[in-house]
Design a protein around this ligand. Sequence first.
Ligand code: A2P
Length: 269
Amino acid sequence: LTDTFTLSNGVTIPKIGFGTWQIPDGSETYDSVRTALDAGYRHIDTARAYGNEASVSRAVRDSGVPREEIFITTKCPAEVKDAEGARHAFDRSTALLDLGAIDLYLIHAPWPWNAIGSDHRAGNIEVWKVFEELYEQGRTRAIGVSNFEVADLESLIDATDVVPHANQIRWFVGNTQPETTAYSKEHDILVEGYSPLATGRLLDNADIKEIADKYGKSVAQVSIRYLLQKDILPLPKSTTPERIRENADVDFELSAEDVAALDALDAGE
Ligand code: A2P
């Protein structure tokens, strides 16, 4: 849990992040994040849109873990596609988290959630220029995007100065986004995988279970380990203490044959 990836700007990021998507604000987020930090997680992924930044903040503060040992990611809402909105969203997240500089700030998606796939290239460029300012001012230590595909990345990179440090995408066995992943890696953009268990749908996959049994590990652990062996940063989410701990206990090595077998799995995506 203290192993790190290094972003293209030299900032290190703990290899497993605790995902907080769909964890309600208040005691559920607070308790889960406290459990995660007690279990040794040092990387918490939240977003303005999750509505739980204040609870993440309280958990971090109460944990007693020094702030500088914890990596915090938050995100600018997908609907924000203008400079003023981006500045406002950043200030709001910074105030709610109240933990000093953000470690990684992401554009949540290239399009608003109610218009997936719509063209907001100009808006993303406008927002990104604000991100570059915030980065230069040291208010965030790294900047990136989420849910960006190749065309979204290309148009942003062509028109701006700082290449995103990370791209957080939906990534799990059977949904490995090969084009986006390859493009990101070519540009030294760290790929982070959200929903590494396909929001739970992988858990009863018999093929993964067969592999897991060989290692005496769970389906969740094999699914998470698979990302790490592909140099993708997994962001597993759970509100169950045993599972939070289980998901971080992935210090084993899948054989090349088993990785190839997982590569070939079709998870029905
Ligand atoms: P819960 O939060 O009730 O523990 P993903 O990370 O792909 O979004 O998947 C999250 C889902 O998978 C949640 O429903 C979570 O349930 C469940 N989950 C997370 N870790 C485990 C695990 N180790 N074993 C079984 N279910 C898990």
